[in-house]
Design a protein around this ligand. Sequence first.
Ligand code: UGA
Length: 469
Amino acid sequence: MSEPIQIAVVGSGYVGLVAAMCFAEMGHSVICVDNDERKVAALQGGDTLIHENHLPQLLERYRNTKVRFMTDLGEATRSCQAIFVAVGTPQSETGDADLSYVEAVASEIARSINGYKVIIEKSTVPVYTNEWIRRVIERNGVARDAFDVVSNPEFLREGTAVEDFLHPDRIVIGADSERASALLSAIYAPLTEGEYYRRSDAIPGCCSTLKPPPLLLTSTKSAEIIKHASNAFLALKISFINAVSNLCEAADANVEQVAQGIGLDSRIGPKFLRPGIGYGGSCFPKDVAAFRSVAEQMGVDFSLLSEVEKINVNQKKRFLSKVRSALWTLRGKRLAVLGLAFKGDTDDIRESPAIDLVQMFLGEGCTIVAYDPAAMKRAEAELPPSIQMSYAAGVAEAAKDADALLILTDWQEFANMDLEQLREVMRYPIVIDGRNLYDPRHMIDNGFTYLSIGRPAATPIRETATLVI
Ligand code: UGA
């Protein structure tokens, strides 16, 4: 049996909180530190603050027992050997990652070091960050052999974060010392040795005792690059299929068929080939920009990443043009907007293409009635209710008297709408789907004009065009 380890996790955002709860689930004792007293109080009281599957149950099970929340990083440093840093690395004006929170945490840890410690970067950081952390700690008077800095990037997705953490495709440990890599290997042993999956109450997922996740040991710098390169590559895949979808529209082909044809090649794979209104979220936009900036600083031409970004920005503009092409003029039109989160199954609206599009439509003089199953509270802070902008309690309410209905987030609920009811309440039966949730023929059969991404426009016979799929 693996030995429980005392772990500190600094930062209680998506990555930090999920890591803290999952380390507890794996059998370790965790102190989760955040300098936001209100957040700490909420977590102590059982409020997860974010919408994430399994998290409420894990918080209920471990809060104030195996996971303690506090604001005192000094105490956490003194009581734990492994200190995971999962604080924000926002984008600065130049596109670089702003590492000031990481630096502040490193200095504070340095002031409390009372024995050998391993400081682990969990936040997404540019290659060279481990060297800076090391330098900051040494500058604070800590001897070089009293600590190590390790990179252990996280690949979890919002919405499935807990499963992704406990059932990862791989665990990457970038360490330049054997002592540090041994500690990290011990922390992940319940997963890599398959013990966790033997438990009857284990959270289910794709790993098992017979198929535990592989552990990849690398240098610290390689691990830092693995994280940025993974996100940049996934963003590239999305921009690639979005560019292909534009070509499909021009050529009257069907991008879903093309994506299937490409994805069946095992060297390419079917995942992350869903066309849409562009990628968003707190990671891809920021990480692609940061990776491009790191390459630039190191004198490497990686302009491919600028193209990825350009296609992503254009995808939103193309969607706006699509809506305009369906409605002729936009000023004064009433649009039902389904989805505000940057993707389904989350309440996160950071860098959400849906929010950007709503802002663009408001700028065009449209009136918006929006509905999202989880993200409306957050959206209201960004898009306050007004004469032009309001929120509905459900799909039918949003669609009432609408000139068109726009699907902007891939929530399952939007893929199962009552089409008959929708047709009855809308002013015109026009659906413009930025996530390709419906079969165009099905929408025609239900009397809708249906425009989607990279597929021929579908219009009932009584209107002008015919459908060729
Ligand atoms: C992403 C990565 O998938 C995780 O591996 C990584 O750990 C995380 O960033 C991070 O760095 O923290 P996440 O931001 O939660 O996870 O969201 P994704 O599921 O990757 O989706 C990102 C965006 O791409 C969304 O706007 C989504 O709608 C869009 N997307 C995704 C597409 O447009 N098409 C696709 O085929 C897939």
